[in-house]
Ligand binder design. Sequence first.
Ligand SMILES: NC(=O)c1ccc[n+]([C@@H]2O[C@H](COP(=O)([O-])OP(=O)(O)OC[C@H]3O[C@@H](n4cnc5c(N)ncnc54)[C@H](O)[C@@H]3O)[C@@H](O)[C@H]2O)c1
Length: 240
Amino acid sequence: MKIALIGYGKMGKTIESIALQRGHEVVLKIDVANAADMTAENLQKADVAIEFTSPHSAYGNVMKCLQAGIPLVCGSTGWLDKMEEVKQYCRQHNGSFLYASNFSVGVNIFFEINKRLAELMNPHAGYDVRMEEIHHTQKLDAPSGTAVTLAEQVLERVERKKGWTYHEDAKNDPSLLHITSKRIDPAPGTHTVTYSSDIDTIEITHTAHNRDGFATGAVLAAEFLKGKTGIFSMKEVLGL
Ligand SMILES: NC(=O)c1ccc[n+]([C@@H]2O[C@H](COP(=O)([O-])OP(=O)(O)OC[C@H]3O[C@@H](n4cnc5c(N)ncnc54)[C@H](O)[C@@H]3O)[C@@H](O)[C@H]2O)c1
């Protein structure tokens, strides 16, 4: 498979190494210094593009790939406000798009455990639920995209929670799910969901040891997306 990498930072480099190990070819590498090379003509030399840049640049890059008609795997977080617009464009133009706030197999299994735990805890009002995420200090968005996904999964199932917040002064509002974000190097990503009552605590944690899980998942997603039309998630890639 021929891959275009948009963003050649920590994730872009790890994805390149995993893609090469899996027998793929990287035909285009775009970063800030050569952003002008991201033309439709260059993008169309690839079977699929993989985008990991930043919250500020993701939307523009995603739109360029969709306008060029190239299937796109996107992992940049912190730009969810534009997601619906992108999906609508993709549907209207028969494009091919896969976004995941977290590509690791382990986290996607963790998502399923989180949903099931939330269903079990819904009737038990004695338990309050909160979340914590820890990432390296270069991370630009807070809370993490993964934490937002986990929070939305809880909110869909635990009726006593009406929204999520990361504001310290809203910490004790029982109707809100509080997310604490910590920035500690070199953490690639730790997420904990805690239910606690006066009697006991139930806690689930996923800890990434390195970036290989995210990169492998992104390459698996690209392999899945090649030749397909539509909007997909890691649930379909992993058959969860
Ligand atoms: N979905 C996941 O599984 C997952 C996992 C890890 C990181 N992320 C997200 O991926 C993104 C990148 O993470 P990272 O750790 O590689 O960051 P990074 O800072 O190491 O790399 C980002 C790269 O993108 C480049 N870039 C910025 N703007 C650009 C533009 N307009 N065009 C081209 N390149 C541009 C930067 O110069 C940098 O080299 C972040 O949003 C992060 O939150 C997602």
